[in-house]
Write a protein that binds this ligand. Sequence first.
Ligand SMILES: *Cc1c(COP(=O)(O)O)cnc(C)c1O
Length: 341
Amino acid sequence: MEKKDIDWSNIGFGYQKTDKRYVSNYVDGAWDEGALVSDDTITMSECASVLQYAQTCFEGLKAYTTEDGKIVTFRPDLNAQRMFDTAKRLEMPSFPKDRFVEAVDEVVKANAAYVPPYGSGATLYIRPYLFGISPVIGVKPADNYQFRVFSTPVGPYFKGGIKPLTIKVSDFDRAAPNGTGHVKAGLNYAMSLHAIVTAHEEGYDENMYLDAKTRTRVEETGGANFIFITKDKKVVTPKSDSILPSITRRSLMYVAKEYLGLDVEEREVYADELSDFAECGLCGTAAVISPVGKIVDHGKEICLPSGMTSMGETTKKLYDTLTGIQMGKIEAPEGWIREIM
Ligand SMILES: *Cc1c(COP(=O)(O)O)cnc(C)c1O
């Protein structure tokens, strides 16, 4: 297979159309057999539930080339499960989990020429999504749905080297108690845009959201979970029902315990204990871990001892171990790497 003529290390993080995408329609109470198509556009009713009431959810994962030249994905079964759970919460028909994983495989195979080569730092980002396509005007779930998977090559996240982030404790809330914070609903992102644009205007890279009810506990950012490293090298991640269960974060906690022999703890983390931590990182598919150097809480600056120039020591170990597992340099736990071709 001949790769596309793309400058892999300079492609950035935008959308670029690839050759094929997967589509399956839910009509008359059942999913059809689904197929790969070339058309990258969607035609739907002006009154589709996705357009009127934001009945939509998504997933995000990556395909990439390992050291020995295989094209693989990382734990796609967990994305399938998470979309299954999200669909239930949004009153959408769940897409069968085995078919989700197969659809991702098909899209990666059909766009293999866009999977960046090993060592480029770039990956093929895969975006499964599910939305209500039939018209609704009274507020209720749609009758018909569409599940799609497209892919787009994306550049290395840390272009020009890893640079710790400066984040602010936000006055906006990301998720309501008993709301939809724990599912990957498009609506969570729509309402976070004002908060992130505002943070950027003020010179911050990201928002740290607190729990909406008491505003004392750390939740997450708009699109990544937190991990903290204590001064005695314990790995701590916030526990909350309104956090989106990041696959990267769950994998890192496993790696910390089973590969690095560190103590791990999922517990409530209070904003007023932030100055006690030695390191802080944001976990998500895109960057694996982005180190945080500084947290600003209403004018009070909390400078992590790991500093503003590099990843903290333990964060780096976690990052190297998980990316080593992903790239096939370190043996993966059973079932973590799905070989596509
Ligand atoms: C997708 C997402 C994450 C990261 O999850 P991964 O599975 O690690 O990519 C974290 N927080 C939110 C709000 C998300 O939507």
